[in-house]
Design a protein around this ligand. Structure first.
Ligand code: FUB
Ligand code: ZN
Length: 639
């Protein structure tokens, strides 16, 4: 029996009016999305859709046009979420222009990829491992669904359905790619969205087929390489010597084809690929009530959170594969932690909550969202981190754009659709996953319910909910109880503190609610020192500072010495001050300077008391270059 569906309240039913998020989302609308549109126009992504004949010279910079459709698609998707909640005729016109270009580039049979149409005609679907066609198709499908849901227009949805239909034929029985699947997972989760938007079961079946084919022997990527007779599009680029070695498990792990997905039990390989695959597995487990897929997702999750997750919610520590290293291999300065990977983790965690009803997934979602995702964009929304290291030597800074521009539009589409992560409706009532001020509307047992949420989160843990009902209504309100609270959360209903039961990490309030009822949730919040498992070498003997969901770091600009010289004194005292509208944690510490001398010295270091001042990790790197670290040395007492 399929599990009961929990449904995220969609973007259109939630309105965000939040002191923390609204300015950031405004920057996405007024800064990031227009900035991206300019870059797509200047960079040739729009122009390429006119299909003028182009050449391809094997130069590294020339490799990225193979996934230009994904850049355009992610931009359309982000813009569509904006259009769902506000009129912006100029943006709508730009989106319509891009959609017209995509429609013009679509071939008679539904195929849509400018690179393989204009540059490599006749080579379509011959290099599924590297050439990103299904990755681009997936992003186009996601854009088509978002655009349809936001505007009601079917122009892009029609285009992507025709493309999905072609893919269904090609990958179906007797098709040219029967048994195949993509080298960069993405289309699978997109097809589930297409199924939900259209009700067409064959899109769900196609998603399932692509997931189930993956990692089965005989290996499809070997067969296609044999047919093609070369090392593949990126074969040279990332294996160095020109070949992804057939029996090399690491090569297969890179794109998670080392085993059938149901048998996979460790998160390995390229992090974004992994996240998108696990998203689709969770979606399919939910839609099909598939216990085997669910169990695989749960195993993979446990592996991730027990040994491969940065304290910032970043994932994928190994830059050489943009992916996972061994367990506990979480270097801070050289760690990769791609912005897209943390975004992918948000996507997966959300789906795991929908699948299981467990708040523990949202705990990680929140950690990634407020830290490892948000660090990916500058305060003004126009500069980006691709990797998000946990320490900087003073040379690291955000970039305006990237040749491989995956992260900026991914950030834009996530922040522009934040609404869908806040509330979940189920048969019983409403679950609140994120504390984001604003309103939500939903139907419960045939009644329209409006709920208003108000707080100064993430700086303050007092959250107020007001019910707007037409008549008394029995329903359950579930409020997530974050693990970071210092002390027991309290809940007051209409001014009276009430006992509450908990289940799956939520406070459960089942009662008949009356119009005007008010619930006040108080989550005790204070700065705490966090220590890592000693197997995390970069954090050994060090502490991180967290207050509520915000992980802090120490930047040179706020302190009297370069960060490597600073030591936090355990039990020395720690408090919070408000600076520039955000928390600054102040901890008693030392400037621990080595004795004067050459490279090696025998003299004792000098230790001078100081106040160590932090900044939220997401906000680092906005005030010029300087040293930074999340993990700071710790000493037991003032020496
Ligand atoms: O390959 C497409 C995207 O580019 C990946 O998801 C990112 O890791 C970057 O390599
Ligand atoms: Zn990226």
């Amino acid at each position: 029996m399929p599990a009961p569906h929990r449904t995220a309240l969609p973007v259109a039913d939630v309105a965000i009016a939040d002191e923390f998020w609204s300015p950031r989302r405004a920057i996405v609308r007024t800064g990031t999305i227009p900035h991206q549109e300019r870059r797509l126009r200047e960079g040739g992504q729009f122009e390429a859709l006119r299909l003028e004949p182009r050449s391809h010279d094997d130069d590294e910079r020339e490799r990225f046009p193979i996934f230009w459709e994904s850049d355009v698609a992610k931009w359309i998707e982000a813009a569509s979420y904006v259009l769902a909640s506000e009129d912006d005729p100029e943006l709508e016109a730009a989106v319509d222009e891009a959609i017209a270009l995509l429609a013009g580039a679509q071939q008679e049979d539904g195929y849509l990829n400018s690179y393989f149409t204009a540059v490599k005609p006749g080579k379509r679907f011959t290099d599924l491992r590297d050439a990103h066609e299904l990755y681009c198709a997936g992003h186009l499908i996601e854009a088509g669904v978002a655009h349809f849901e936001a505007t009601g227009k079917t122009a892009l949805l029609d285009v992507v359905r025709r493309y999905a239909d072609l893919i269904d034929r090609e990958f179906g029985p007797g098709g040219s790619c029967e048994g195949g699947y993509d080298g960069h997972q993405e289309i699978e989760l997109a097809l589930v969205k297409l199924f939900r938007a259209t009700g067409e079961r064959r899109y769900l079946d196609l998603a399932s087929r692509l997931i189930e084919n993956r990692g089965r022997e005989p290996f499809y990527f070997d067969a296609e390489a044999e047919r093609r007779g070369d090392v593949g599009y990126f074969g040279k680029a990332w294996s160095g010597d020109g070949a992804l070695v057939r029996d090399d498990r690491r090569s297969r792990e890179y794109n998670q084809t080392h085993a059938p997905v149901r048998e996979q039990d460790a998160v390995v390989g390229h992090a974004v690929r992994a996240m998108y695959q696990y998203c689709a597995m969770a979606d399919l487990a939910l839609e099909l009530g598939d216990a085997g897929l669910r169990a695989a997702c749960e195993r993979l999750w446990d592996d991730l959170v027990s040994s491969k997750l940065y304290v910032t919610g970043g994932i994928g520590s190994d830059p050489s594969i943009e992916g996972f290293g061994p367990a506990f291999d979480l270097p801070d300065r050289t760690g990769y932690a791609e912005t897209c990977a943390a975004i992918g983790l948000v996507f997966w965690a959300h789906r795991m909550m929908l699948l299981t009803g467990e708040a523990k997934y949202v705990e990680v979602l929140e950690r990634a969202l407020y830290n490892g995702v948000l660090s990916g964009v500058s305060a003004d929304g126009t500069r980006f981190f691709y990797g998000n290291p946990l320490a900087g030597d003073g040379t690291v800074e955000r970039s305006d754009w990237f040749d491989c521009a995956c992260c900026p539009p991914n950030l834009a589409r996530l922040l522009a659709s934040l609404e869908q992560y806040v509330y979940v409706a189920d048969g019983d009532g409403l679950t609140v996953n994120l504390y984001v001020s604003g309103t939500a509307e939903f139907d419960h047992a045939g009644n329209r319910v409006q709920i208003e949420q108000e707080s100064a989160y993430p700086w303050d843990g007092r959250i107020v909910f007001d019910f707007d009902l037409e008549a008394p209504l029995a329903m359950t309100l579930r409020l997530r109880l974050p693990e970071w609270t210092v002390g027991a959360p309290t809940i007051a209903v209409n001014g009276t503190v009430l006992p509450y039961t908990t289940a799956q990490g939520y406070a459960v309030l089942a009662r008949t609610w009356a119009p005007g009822d008010r619930v006040v949730l108080t989550l005790p919040m204070a700065p705490v020192l966090v220590r890592a498992d000693p197997r995390v070498e970069s954090a050994r003997g060090k502490v991180a500072i967290q207050r509520g969901p915000i992980v802090h770091c120490v930047e040179e600009v706020d302190n009297e010495a370069p960060v490597p010289d600073l030591v936090i004194v355990r039990d020395g005292g720690i408090h919070t001050e408000r600076v520039d509208g955000r928390d600054q944690v102040v901890a008693a510490g030392l400037v621990d300077r080595p004795a004067e001398g050459g490279l090696y010295r025998t003299g004792a270091p000098t230790a001078k008391p100081t106040e160590i001042r932090t900044v939220p990790y997401y906000a680092w790197g906005n005030r010029g270059k300087g040293t930074m670290a999340v993990w700071i040395r710790e000493c037991p007492s003032v020496r």
